[in-house]
Design a protein around this ligand. Structure first.
Ligand SMILES: *Cc1c(COP(=O)(O)O)cnc(C)c1O
Length: 361
């Protein structure tokens, strides 16, 4: 009997993660490889988070606290909402899936930008919805066009801010103009995975829309600046009504006990967050300048990565860098995305890119 796969699922392609460092080293017999592909914190996890892991280890035979009482309480206090506004996920990725399954019936629409986080489309299709992709303007979300794309069938609208993979952001005024046009039957998803890296004075306080009772959700994560990507923990802040619906399908133990405990410690590790932000900004400015010297002008970025046009098939440059032990990210076309790493890693990336470009000329 041939398999009968749902056509929405059959139409998807598996997510291709950045190659693990050890795998590349093994394949190429390289003594060293550098991964600047997944927007991880190059400094490492919060030391305060590491310190509490051994405290949690002896209770690993117990299920985690499914209600995540302490972590939700701490997040609520930090962001001045009540705990019933907060939902945890196995990474914020999981919350994207919960949103799609909660709000989309087959054929319902989800509006998103072209060149945005690939998981949106995957989750929308997996929930048998229709992904409506709106072209960007100069690699920025075109929010007026996204508002215009809303129909009676629209249930979700994704604003990835700042956006992955472009690094660009939507301003407070642009978001206000969008929110003035979004009807109540649409839930606006503000995906703010890079929130802690933002420097721009006009970045919106999207949480204010949630506090005002709008149908919106703000997603944040411990995977990026907090350096806990491997533990898988992220969170959403939304109205108690929406939290209540999402909780109906949330697997009860989705946020594991190590992750809950480590996130609680990392949240208060101001030294780690501060050092991570300072390093990122100093190094980003250097990498941007280094790219410019090679003739590549990176897009503006409010994140921990840069997106730039290599002027030819990005795949070729990606492969050439890979052979030199440098893992970056190629999504499509002539663009490459590089995560800001440690000073030495960034230097090695720039010199490898210089070699690759010289060889091509
Ligand atoms: C990294 C990232 C996430 C979150 O990832 P999790 O590890 O699942 O929390 C979400 N959205 C965007 C745009 C990201 O880049």
């Amino acid at each position: 009997m041939p398999l009968k796969v749902h056509p929405d699922i059959a139409s998807l392609v598996p997510y291709v993660p950045g190659k693990p460092i050890e795998e590349l080293q093994r394949e190429l017999g390289l003594p060293r490889a550098i991964k600047l592909a997944s927007n991880e914190n190059p400094i490492g996890p919060s030391p305060k988070a590491l310190a509490v892991l051994s405290e949690t280890a002896p209770t690993l035979h117990r299920y985690p606290d499914g209600g995540a009482f302490r972590l939700r309480g701490a997040l609520a206090e930090r962001w001045k909402v009540t705990p019933d506004h907060v939902i945890l996920g196995n990474g914020s990725d999981e919350i994207l899936g919960l949103l799609a399954r909660t709000f989309l019936s087959p054929g319902d629409e989800a509006v998103m930008a072209e060149h945005t986080f690939v998981i949106y489309k995957m989750e929308v299709k997996a929930a048998h919805g229709v992904a409506v992709e709106v072209p960007q303007k100069k690699w920025h979300h075109d929010l007026p066009a996204m508002a215009a794309a809303i129909t009676d069938k629209t249930r979700l609208l994704f604003v990835c801010n700042p956006n992955n993979p472009t690094g660009t952001m939507a301003t407070r005024d642009e978001v206000a103009a969008l929110m003035a046009r979004v009807p109540d039957h649409v839930v606006v998803v503000f995906d703010e995975a890079y929130y802690e890296y933002v420097r721009h004075a006009e970045f919106p306080e999207s949480l204010d829309y949630v506090k005002a009772g709008r149908n919106a959700i703000v997603l944040r994560t411990f995977s990026k600046i907090y350096g806990l990507a491997g533990l898988r923990i992220g969170y959403g802040m939304t109205t108690p009504e929406i939290t209540n619906y999402l909780n109906r399908i949330r697997p009860p133990f989705n946020a594991n006990s190590m992750a809950q405990r480590a996130a609680l410690a990392a949240l208060d590790d101001e030294a780690h967050v501060g050092a991570s932000r300072a390093l990122n900004h100093a190094e980003m400015d250097k990498v941007r300048a280094g790219l410019l010297t090679l003739g590549f002008e990176a897009l503006p970025s409010e994140t921990n990565f840069l997106y730039f046009d290599v002027g030819r098939d990005g795949r070729e440059v990606f492969d050439a860098l890979l052979r030199k032990g440098i893992i970056v990210r190629h999504i499509d076309g002539r663009m490459l995305r590089v995560t800001i790493g440690l000073p030495e890693e960034n230097q090695l990336f720039l010199s490898a890119l210089a070699d690759v470009t010289r060889a091509a000329r």
